[in-house]
Design a protein around this ligand. Structure first.
Ligand code: 0PR
Length: 352
């Protein structure tokens, strides 16, 4: 008896969600395919090209280069690798805001680059002045976050891109989570608004695809040349991905989800979850919690340890920010009824 793999009824902490039914079905159909060997597995390889083109539409760039990675971590590592490999300095550094995902620490460690972590503004966004102060002639990449992991904040992307260009560095946007809501929220974050070089945008988060489906895009296909290694015994002659054998399930699933949902389905989901987040923020404030106003569908609020543990004991899957606030990510499986029941429990555990 294997048990139920996951019941999403009380999951408020995850940046992943139940795949859309068409995405789940496509994943099953393509389980035994490997886009890492495109000459053999041609159908899934063609689907991957279409996914990249669709991701380009979401991110506002025609005809991007890219591939479906295992997730945001791989995409971010690869973006750092591109920047490092094309530079001449022996002491490269990458400048990130403090809100950057911990995958950049992995990237710096694996790739031997210095990670320069810059302080944020009071509003939890990247501080452009600080980023500029941390840049120098060895800076190969500037990173901005569009939808931060802890607070869902969007950095001033065009301003960061201007700093990157001043130093001859590449500009990378991490929209791993935010990429599928930002087309509808009125933020400046995309290839359309700024001179960005690369982007992480994950179908397996807000894109409602099955895991594993991350996305790495580059405006200029030549950037992938910095990653290509020869593949002598495959029919294709080079490979720019980090992993070799890859899941065709993620690729087919991303294709199915995006075909079904882009753009109207994603817009409706964004509107529903933004309304949920705004409602939750008000309800938690009414319950006496100190709430961080949601900018995207992600709410943080301070809560004491005992109350937090009681909510976990009641079965709520919650996570915490570095400042110990509770963090609720309004993913597509989150309903208003769930949030009402959650708020009722918050009221119980915080009642004195
Ligand atoms: N960039 C950003 C902005 C992210 O939020 C994340 C993941 C990544 C990159 C890395 O993506 P992968 O995890 O796909 O490699 N943020 C979540 C986190 O680390 C991931 C997560 C997802 C955690 C689902 C829990 C969970 O149930 O918190």
């Amino acid at each position: 008896m294997r048990g139920q793999p996951q019941d999403f009824d009380r999951v408020l902490s995850s940046m992943c969600t139940e795949p859309h039914p068409v995405a789940r079905e496509a994943a099953g159909e393509f389980l035994a395919t490997n886009p890492g060997d495109p000459a053999t597995y041609q159908t899934v390889s063609d689907l991957e090209d279409e996914v990249v083109a669709m991701l380009g539409e979401v991110a506002g760039v025609d005809d991007p280069a890219g591939y479906v990675a295992s997730g945001g971590t791989e995409a971010n590592i690869q973006a750092v690798r591109m920047a490092r490999n094309r530079c001449v300095t022996h002491t490269p550094n990458v400048v990130v805001p403090e809100s950057a995902h911990f995958s950049f620490k992995k990237a710096a460690d694996v790739l031997g680059v210095e990670l320069r972590v810059t302080p944020l503004r009071d509003d939890r966004r990247a501080n452009v002045g600080a980023v500029e102060r941390f840049c120098d002639e060895d800076t190969v990449l500037v990173v901005g976050v569009a939808g931060s992991t802890e607070y869902g904040r969007v950095d001033p992307i065009p301003e960061l891109a201007a700093v990157a260009s001043e130093y001859g560095a590449l500009m990378h946007v991490d929209a791993a989570w935010g990429g599928f809501v930002l087309p509808f929220s009125g933020h400046e974050w995309s290839f359309a608004d700024a001179s960005l070089d690369t982007m992480t945008i994950d179908p397996h988060k807000m894109g409602q695809a099955a895991i594993p489906a991350g996305g790495l895009l580059a405006r200029d296909p030549a950037l992938f040349d910095a990653l290509a290694v020869d593949t002598p015994y495959l029919e294709s002659t080079s490979q720019a991905t980090l992993t070799g054998t890859r899941s065709g399930a993620g690729v087919a699933s991303a294709h199915a989800a995006m075909t079904e949902l882009w753009p109207d389905g994603y817009r409706e989901e964004y509107e529903r979850q933004q309304a949920n987040a705004d409602w939750l923020a008000d309800a938690l404030a009414d319950a006496g919690l100190d709430v961080v106003e949601p900018e995207l569908p992600l709410v943080a609020a301070s809560i004491d340890d005992v109350a937090f543990e009681s909510l976990r004991d009641a079965g709520w899957r919650l996570s915490r920010t570095g400042n110990d606030e509770l963090r609720v990510v309004c993913m597509p499986h989150v309903t208003r009824e769930m949030l009402e029941s959650f708020v009722a429990d918050v009221e119980t555990v915080t009642a004195t």
